[in-house]
Structures are given as C-alpha cells and as structure tokens.
Design a protein around this ligand. Structure first.
Ligand code: NCD
Ligand code: ZN
Length: 337
C-alpha cells in the first residue's frame, strides 16, 4: 500500500473555539499536526497575554483529556489599540509572537478589530512588533464588493510591507489569483493557503442549491482563482504555508438565516492534501507545503512528531458533534494510518 510520512506538519491558521466545541474538535488537529496557530477571535477575544496563556492551558487540557500529549498550540494575540510595549514584550517572552489583525467587521469575531489600519496608534504597535521580531498575520479584506475585497486591501499590505521591512507579514487565507504577485513582490510578505480555497470555487456555494457549509470569508472565488492557488500549493512555493482556516460552526448557526461564515475542514486535511498532491504526481512536495515552509517563514522549530498517511479509503462523516465537515459523506482515497 502506498504510504507517506509527513514530519512535523503545521496548520498555520486554525479556529478551535472554546468550551465544549474545543473539547470536541481538538482531536482532529492535535492527532494529525505537530502544531497549529490558533486564532484569537473567541467570544471573549484573546487581546492580552493573560488571556492567551489561559487559553493555551485550556487547549492543552483538552488534548490531555483525549490522551494527546505531543501537540503544541501557538496562540495568536488579537491586535487591538490597547496593546503596548510592555504587553508585547511580555508576550514575546512567553512565546507568543504572532499578532492577528482583523479589520473591524470583516469576518466572524472581528468586532474588536481595527477600524483604521494605518492609524498612528496601530503603526506604533507594529513598530514595536517589528523591533521585537514578531509576525503580523492579517485578514486582508476591505468592506467593498465581496469578490473584490481582497484586491481592494492590497494597498494596505503594500503600505505595511514598505513601512516595516523587517516585520514578517502574513497574507492570511489568500483567495484571489491577483494576490499571488503581491506576495512575491515584497520580501517580507508571505501567505497562508487553505484547503478549501485551493480545491473549491464559488460554484460550490451558489452554483446549485445554496450550500451554507461552503460559505466562508474570504468568499470562495472563481475557477481561475482556485486553479492558480492550487498550482502555488502543488509547487510548494516557499512563501506560502498551509493554514486550514478550519472554522467550526454548529449546523444550526450555518443553516439559520444568520448564516455564519466558516468551513470546518479539520477532519479531512492531511488525507485530502495527500490525495490532491498524489493525483498531480507531486506527493514529494507536500512536506514542504505543510511543514518546511512554515518552519522557515515563522522560524518554528521542527517537532519530532510525524504523521503517516496511507492510500486507504476514508469516508467523511455527515456530521461531527453537530458540525458539518467539508465534503461530508464523501469518500477520500487517502487516510491517516
Ligand atoms: C472564521 C471563523 O469562523 O472564525 N470564518 C471564516 O469564514 N473563515 C474567521 C476567519 O478566519 O475569517
Ligand atoms: Zn480564520
């Protein structure tokens, strides 16, 4: 049987939520990844070091309850104007070195986000982050027309990349083919790619019957975008690392008139990546995409943990603890051994 061992896989953009949801979903990631960058957009957002440390403890406790001891959560700190030098210095000392910037109102849990990104207070914070060697992850969307939001945000990335040449800036869940050249243009600009943006398009959301389970921010785009992003992933382009943006919402929250944004992909990530890379005969590139690239971009130590995949079918459940996963009910060619 064909197999593949991935050393130290990283998921550089993950939503774990809190409480019961955290306890239910943690295993999908903790069993299969060495580490993941956990997003801070909780109902009580992770806006300071104390909250971050307490959240990390809750995640580790949830791992322990599942008997998983070799998973390292990296907590990102929600960027708000109340951060200052003392807090950022303390964060860095505690191993919290990634700031997450949400434009206010851009997505789920972004109400505490930044209204004016190029405001002097924010720039001050970024100056400190740069001097401390931190990483800035950005949800890069304007509040314009939904299909143009990412491109409309490009000038902000350009301004920040020029102003802070030593700050590593991550263009999160890049979704538009026009964004690829921008990432290549600036030495200090990098990106994450999700599984859904490299495999799905707007057709999956509204091409047939409306499918709220494929509604996410940034919205899935055209076939051309999807194909261009897939090529970037398959080539394991060194400026792009894997970040699933797996974002669980209960079925009721997705299917109600409120229609929460977010795709839950955690249960299928590595098997579907293996299937995708294998089908294009580039399985040997997968380890760079899910491990080495993040190791280099974020200067993360490689873990001893490795994950073995094999070409054995896996049927995706219809529902996991009330959450509908990506490709629910379908069968994949690969599974975790
Ligand atoms: C995410 C969530 O549900 O927290 N939703 C999403 O559509 N991706 C937030 C985010 O990353 O934008
Ligand atoms: Zn996200």
């Amino acid at each position: 049987m064909e197999t593949l061992t991935l050393n130290s896989p990283f998921d550089m953009h993950l939503h774990l939520r809190d409480g019961e949801m955290l306890e239910n979903v943690i295993k999908y990631t903790a069993q299969n990844f060495a580490s993941a960058l956990v997003m801070p957009n909780l109902q009580t957002p992770i806006v300071n070091v104390d909250l971050a440390i307490a959240y990390k403890q809750r995640i580790l406790q949830a791992c322990k309850m599942q008997g998983i001891e070799n998973f390292m959560p990296l907590i990102s700190l929600y960027l708000t104007p109340s951060l200052d030098k003392a807090e950022l210095t303390r964060a860095k000392e505690m191993g919290i070195f990634i700031l997450k910037l949400y434009p206010k109102g851009a997505t789920t849990g972004s109400e505490s986000g930044v209204k004016e990104i190029l405001d002097s207070r924010v720039l001050e914070i970024l100056e400190i982050a740069q001097s401390l060697g931190m990483v800035l992850s950005i949800h890069g969307e304007s509040n314009g027309f939904v299909m143009e939001r990412e491109v409309e945000f490009h000038p902000v990335f350009e301004a920040l990349a020029k102003n802070f040449p030593k700050l590593r800036i991550i263009f999160e869940h890049l979704s538009d083919h026009r964004s690829i050249a921008l990432v290549e243009k600036y030495e200090n600009l990098f990106a994450t790619l999700t599984l859904h943006h490299i495999l799905l398009s707007l057709d999956n959301v509204v091409g047939g019957m409306l499918n709220p389970h494929y509604f996410c921010k940034p919205i899935l785009k055209t076939k051309k975008d999807q194909e261009a992003l897939l090529q970037v992933a398959l080539s394991a382009h060194s400026k792009f690392s894997f970040g699933s943006d797996s974002a669980p919402h209960l079925r009721s929250a997705k299917e109600s008139s409120k229609g929460a944004a977010g795709i839950f992909s955690a249960p299928i990530l590595l098997p579907l990546l293996a299937q995708t890379f294998a089908s294009k005969n580039v399985l040997e590139k997968l380890e760079s995409f899910v491990s080495h690239n993040a190791h280099k971009i974020y200067q993360l130590p490689l873990s001893q943990k490795s994950v073995k995949l094999c070409k054995k079918p896996m049927t995706i459940p219809q529902e996991c603890y009330g959450v509908v996963p990506m490709l629910a009910g379908e069968t994949l060619e690969w599974s975790v051994a």
